[in-house]
Design a protein around this ligand. Structure first.
Ligand SMILES: NC(=O)c1ccc[n+]([C@@H]2O[C@H](COP(=O)([O-])OP(=O)(O)OC[C@H]3O[C@@H](n4cnc5c(N)ncnc54)[C@H](O)[C@@H]3O)[C@@H](O)[C@H]2O)c1
Length: 251
């Protein structure tokens, strides 16, 4: 069954990594997908089209409000009203863990700017279209680090806490317009960007040992929850946080 048939859905940060995996899975459910990233998402767009689905893509920095508005306008013109948004773009794989005293003010600001303000800009940009449609599904990608207080990524963890907080406010303010906003918190996932990082093996071993389901978490493990949160199956859910991590955190 195509659970997202005839919908237009934006996935941010989808040139590679988990965002690209979401885009392919969402397209396979019948949606027209629009990909954006600071890197060109052309390869993923081509792959989705080759599989017989509709996709478009553009370079877009989510911290640039004007660029985000232009992207949403272009998507709407080509594919129709945007009724789905996956806020996946973030500074993550490029960050190396370090004690919080060594995080500079500039690094802290940049992570908050991308992960929090960028998410805010994307939500704000799709809101008029979703209000006009009387329907919208927004999935914000947070992280299990905020439940664990994972050492080494204070700026990142703080930013993902803020993503959950803003999810709840938007859910309250936009619910009457038929717009649902929920959060997904993945556990440590072996995405493209972290495979070569020196610390990945040790972090992964420790994380796997903490799970009820003691195995590696792969990007595909997240598709079911994202599709559920975009689909009509979750229409009476908003402001919620779903943990997908093999039972490491029990929320
Ligand atoms: N991999 C994990 O263990 C894990 C765990 C929990 C949550 N997450 C979250 O899942 C999402 C994807 O994770 P990933 O492992 O693929 O990370 P990643 O860092 O490999 O991918 C993030 C993507 O966002 C893009 N991006 C960065 N800044 C941007 C900007 N200003 N504008 C537009 N795009 C921008 C990057 O180019 C990249 O393609 C992130 O939100 C991450 O925080 C990942």
């Amino acid at each position: 069954m195509s659970r997202l048939f005839d919908r237009t859905i934006i996935i941010t940060g989808s040139a590679q990594g988990i965002g690209a995996v979401y885009a392919k899975a969402i397209a396979a459910q019948g949606a027209r997908v629009a990909l954006c990233d600071v890197a060109a998402p052309d390869a993923c767009v081509a792959e989705i089209r080759a599989a017989g689905h509709e996709a478009m893509g553009a370079i877009c920095d989510i911290t640039d409000a004007a660029a985000v508005a232009d992207f949403v306008a272009e998507v709407t013109a080509q594919f129709g009203e945007v009724t789905g948004l996956v806020n996946n773009a973030a500074m993550f794989a490029s960050l190396r863990p370090k004690p919080f005293e060594q995080i500079t003010s500039e690094e802290f600001d940049r992570v908050l700017q991308v992960n929090v303000r960028g998410t805010f800009e994307c939500i704000r940009a799709v809101m008029p279209g979703m209000r006009a449609a009387g329907y919208g599904k927004i999935v914000n990608i947070a992280s299990g680090t905020l439940f664990k207080g994972t050492p080494g990524l204070l700026h990142y963890t703080a930013s993902k806490g803020a993503v959950i907080a803003l999810t709840r406010v938007v859910a309250r303010e936009a619910g009457a317009a038929g717009i649902r906003v929920n959060c997904l918190t993945p556990g440590f996932t072996l995405s493209e960007g972290i495979m070569d990082a020196a610390e990945t093996e040790a972090i992964n071993q420790m994380t796997v040992a903490s799970r009820c389901l003691p195995r590696d978490q792969m990007p595909d493990d997240l598709n079911g929850a994202v599709i559920f949160l975009l689909s009509q199956d979750s229409d009476f859910m908003t402001g919620q946080t779903i943990v997908v991590d093999g039972g490491s955190v029990m929320n």
